[in-house]
Structure formats: C-alpha cells, structure tokens
Design a binder for this molecule. Sequence first.
Ligand SMILES: Cc1cc2nc3c(=O)[nH]c(=O)nc-3n(C[C@H](O)[C@H](O)[C@H](O)COP(=O)(O)O)c2cc1C
Length: 327
Amino acid sequence: MTQIRPLRIGSVSLANNLVLAPMAGITDSPFRILCLQGGAGLVCAEMVSAHALHFGNEKSGRMLQISPKEHPVSMQIFGSDEQTISQAARQAQAAGADIVDLNAGCPVKKINKAGAGCVLMKDEAKLARLLTAAVKSVAIPVTLKTRVALTHAERLGARLAKLAEDCGAAAVTLHARAAVDVHNGPPNIDALAEACAAVKIPVIGNGGVKDAAMAAAFLQAGCAGVMIGRGAVGNPFIFQDITDEMAGRVPQGLTPGKRLEIYLKLIEENVVYYGERIGLNRSRKTAGYWISGFDYASSVRSQLVRLDNLAAVRTLFEQTRQMLSQK
Ligand SMILES: Cc1cc2nc3c(=O)[nH]c(=O)nc-3n(C[C@H](O)[C@H](O)[C@H](O)COP(=O)(O)O)c2cc1C
C-alpha cells in the first residue's frame, strides 16, 4: 500500500504529506495545534481578507497570529487586487507563517462578489497577476488553493496547476470538486490525476478524504500530498490514524469518551485564547462533529448549546463521561 512520506514545499520540509485544510471558523490556532499533535505534516489557517488587513481590521489582524507551537503553518489570504495581496502576503510572512496560500476556490457569494475566491478561476490573467504579486512579495513559499472545475462541464485542474507553476508557486492544492458542488459529492480523482501529470510542483489533493483508502487513492493518482478538512473536525488524530494504517499498523481511532476528552481540552484552549463567551461560542459550532457516536449524543449537544460558562461545560462533560463508562 502507498505510504505517507515527507514532503517539500519550496524551502519548507514537512515531516509528512498530510495537510489540515483551511476552514473558516474552525482552523484557528487552538485547532491547528491539536491537529499537529494529531499527526498533520502541515496546518492551514482559515482565510484572511487582504482588503480587511489593508484597512487595519483588528479581527483579521488577530487571525494572522501564530503560536510557536504550530509550525509548519500556512496562512491563507484572499483578495482581488495585487497591491493588497502583496501587502497581506508580507504581513503573513512577518507574522511567522512558513507558507502563504492564495485562495482561488471559495464559492461563497460575498467573497465572489468582491472578485475573490473561485471567480478567479474564470479570469486566469487576473489570477496569474495576483499569484505572481504574492510570489514576488515574500521569501517564503507561496501556494495556490483552487478547484478542479467550476462546473461539471469542464476540467480546469491541469490548466490552473500549470498556471500556478508558471507563476512561481511552490505547490498547488486542488479541491477535487467543482465549485457548483461547494463541499458535497465524491472527489474527481481522474481530474486530480490529469493535473498531477501536467506539472512538476507538488499537487496536494483535497476533498472527501476520511480514511486511509481515500488518501491512498489520491496518492496513487499522483498527488504529492493529501489535504483533509471535515474529516479532521472531531477527529484530529485522523492524520496519525491514516499514517498508521498505511504503514500496516492498527490505527488507534477514537472512542466517544476519548473524543469528548479531546473536545473538552479544545474548548478549554478556546476559552484561554478568545475569552469565555467567544471561546464557548466558537467551540459549540463544531459540537456535531465531536459529540457523536452514542445514543444520547443529541441530548448532550442541546444541553451544551444552553451553557454559558466553562465550569458548567466541564460538569456536563464529566456527567457524560460517567454515563459512557457505565455502558
Ligand atoms: C466550514 C468550512 C470552512 C471552509 N473555509 C475555507 C477557507 O477559509 N479557505 C479555503 O480554501 N477553503 C475553505 N473550506 C474548504 C476546505 O478547505 C476544503 O476544501 C473542503 O472542506 C473539502 O475538503 P473535505 O471534504 O476534506 O472537508 C472550508 C470548508 C468548510 C466546511
């Protein structure tokens, strides 16, 4: 079976080629640290608006903060003009990012209306200008994250991977779904293979990877790395589990009780990072991923939504843990 192996992205050496995907509202510093502990070779931060950084937006500025515990880390920026993209890339570099990634795959309307995200796939000249501007502005590697297609009627992955290579990008990540599919449906592995054959830079495949079998299919298609998004939410040790399974070792997996234990640690980290109110709010958004796999999980989730302090959350988790251990 295919093995997980080290990967080089420009000047940056990764211990392995499994990458945490950027996810807005999820892949903040506490979660990135957790995924590195869970065996990820690289973690990607949620996208930050170059425009907002340009205007000194405090929240966006905070999103660039990197803890010493979370390297190697890639900071993702999005935008639609060369000047703000250059500036944002420099800010990400100054903040300590190991890699800067340009988003050209986001299908969210608000982002697209501003000329950023997946609409850049329709305007290759503009995409090339933005990517080149980022590459020229920083000494760290710049990567592109885009998709294999906008609609089912076309395949753009190979063209866009070549564009990234020609602009000096050190790697390209391809979400193997069309923009019209947003995040749903099976990945198009043939489209990934076509793109991998078209370039020399590493192609990191993304979309629908939740186990070693799918990760192996991506690597066999020629991908140099595999990026995992929702498969890591509620299961940050998926990276280690995939590595173990591919090496012929038995993956540890997570029992519901162990999952709860890790979730509580993340909630505690979020409270330290954001303060109690925002930390709990952010934590609750992913409760469906974490509190699952046992009969009364939905009741525990609805109790969690109503709690507004960490002490009460700890009590709920302790009661749930005791109930689980009695089974
Ligand atoms: C809640 C959520 C937020 C996301 N935010 C971003 C983002 O900020 N930047 C980005 O490039 N992709 C973003 N994505 C897309 C993911 O990076 C990834 O491409 C997608 O989830 C497919 O991978 P998966 O099937 O492994 O989840 C987001 C996806 C989700 C579900």
